[in-house]
Ligand binder design. Structure first.
Ligand code: ATP
Length: 218
């Protein structure tokens, strides 16, 4: 679904991504973890063609939809209207399947999105992305600012979308524990370079990843 090869992205003279290669196969759950400033948002923006590579290639097969960092909903519009905006490009106005996937949104459908809790807003952001009927979903910081129980609900939704519809997901997260738990494979991005990659279980056991990202030994 996603093939990134030897990608270099610069802001002027500053190199934000320096030779990044990664893949997400159809139906795969893949995590990209890394600290602040590693280049995660830069990669998301390059995947969605907001930024142009200096060199290297980005290929997306099928339809990609994004859950942006900070949700970016229209606060004055209702939940249902926000969902519909997600589908406008493919003329999809049918929000019913989204409420089936996330029944917790049903009682909120006529509420203004700006009045919802952070977790509810994140659900709407996921639903809005699903309105594009994507083959692959890129989620930028699913868990940011959310309580553990809310995160567990959202992860449950992603798991069932993956299991039932074969949706591929690239989960970009600072919360490494969550990302390694949800995804079978992961990449570690530091200062614009992939410094580790492999099955999540193996990465979680590597001393470097455990110390830097999982709080081991602290
Ligand atoms: P965070 O988790 O804090 O959002 P990130 O991993 O998403 O961080 P990026 O936002 O991609 O990191 O930033 C990567 C590097 O590029 C950082 O050094 C950042 O300061 C720099 N950078 C990001 N946006 C710009 C910009 N518009 N102009 C110049 N430098 C930028």
């Amino acid at each position: 679904m996603i093939e990134v090869s030897d990608l270099v992205v610069r802001y002027g003279a500053a190199v934000a991504l320096d030779g990044v290669s990664l893949t997400v196969a159809a139906g795969e759950l893949v995590a990209l973890i890394g600290p602040n400033g590693a280049g995660k948002s830069t990669l998301v923006k390059t995947l969605s063609r907001i930024l142009r590579p200096h060199s290297g290639t980005v290929t997306v097969h099928g339809r990609l939809a994004q859950v942006p960092e900070g949700r970016q909903l229209f606060g004055d519009l209702t939940v249902d209207d926000n969902l519909r905006l997600g589908g406008w490009r493919i003329r999809n106005r049918d929000t019913a399947p989204i409420y089936e996937v996330m029944p917790a949104l049903v009682p909120l459908r006529h509420r203004r999105a700006g009045l919802l809790s952070g977790g509810e807003q994140q659900m709407v952001a996921v639903g809005r992305a699903l309105m594009r009927r994507p083959d692959v979903l890129v989620v930028d910081e699913l868990s940011l600012g959310l309580a553990p129980l809310v995160i567990a609900d959202l992860v449950g939704y992603l798991r069932s979308l993956h299991a039932e519809r074969g949706l591929a997901v690239l989960l970009i997260e600072q919360n490494a524990r969550l990302a390694l738990d949800l995804c079978s494979r992961a990449y570690v991005l530091e200062a614009g370079r992939i410094v580790a990659q492999g099955p999540s279980a193996e990465l979680a056991e590597s001393a470097a990843v455990a110390t830097a990202y999982l709080g081991a030994g602290s």
